[in-house]
Write a protein that binds this ligand. Sequence first.
Ligand code: PGA
Length: 305
Amino acid sequence: MNITLRQLRVFEAVVKHMSYTRASEELHLTQPAVSMQIRQLEDTVGMPLFEQLGKRIYLTEAGNEMLRYGKRILHEVNEADTVFNEMRGLHRGHLDIAVVTTANAFSSKVLAAFLKKYENISANLMVENRVKVLEHLQKNAIDLAVMGKPPASMDLTFQSFMENPLVAVASPDHPLSTEKKIPLTSLIKYTFLVREAGSGTRIAMERFLSGHGLRIHSEVEMSSNEAIKEGVQAGLGLAIVSMHTILLELETHRLEVLDVENMPIKRNWYVVHRKEKRLSQLAQTFSDFLISDASQYVFHPVRTS
Ligand code: PGA
C-alpha cells in the first residue's frame, strides 16, 4: 500500500470538518488539491472513503477503518517527531546564562562539565553583579541566571541548589587571625574592603550587620572579588566574601577565615528564570545539572564559631 502521510493528514482534516471546503481552509490548500489527495487515497485503498448524500458527506465503512488506522499512524509519527526534536534540543543549541561574579567561581566549572557531556552546544556566560544580572532577567535576554535569592517583587521562578556561606577574611599576619570567637563589635573597628553598590555580597553583608544594629565605619570600595582578595592580602583591611571565592587563597595560606561570632552569614545559591518563560529542553537540562552537580565544584570547609 502506497499511502502518504500527507494523504492521511488531508483525510483527517476532511473527517474533522466533514467538509472539503473547510478542510482546504484549515490546510491552506485549494479545494481541488484536497479532493485530489482523497481520490488518490481512495485509489490506493480500492474503495470509496466518503459518500455524498444530498449536500452532506459521510464516511463509508472503509472510511471508518481508514480513520482508525490513520489516527494511530499519525499519533506515532507525531510522537516520534517530539522525541527527535527533544533529542536534537540536547545535542545542539545555545544557552544564554548570566551568573553573579561570586558564582563564577564554580559556574564555569559546571558549564565546562556540562559541555563535555552534551556536545555541539554553544553557550554565552555573562558574569556581572547582582543588579546587572537582574536587568538581564528583566529584559528577557537570558535563559537562566545563577545568583543569591532574587527579589520577591520580580516575577521569577527560582530554586535553591547550594549554600553560599559568607565569611570574614584577613591576611594571616592580621592581629585578629589568631583570635577566637571575635565579637562583631570588635570586627567592625577595622577598615573593610567592600564590593560596589550593585553587589549581592555587599547587600547581604550590610543587611547582616544592620540586623545586629551595626555598620562599617571605614571602607574601601572595590569592584571585584579579585581586587578585594588582593587588597586583604596586602593588609589594606578585612573583607566579607563568599567562601566559594577563596579556595586557592586558603590552600596557599594567603588568607585566613576569621572566627567571628554569628558568622558565617548564611546565604544560598539559586538558579533563576522568568516565571512566564518556557525553558528549552537544553536550559531545563542545564538547570537540573546545576542542581544535582554544582556542589562537586566548590570547596566547603566552613569554620563555625
Ligand atoms: P555578587 O552576588 O557577585 O553581585 O556579590 C553574590 C550574591 O548574590 O551572593
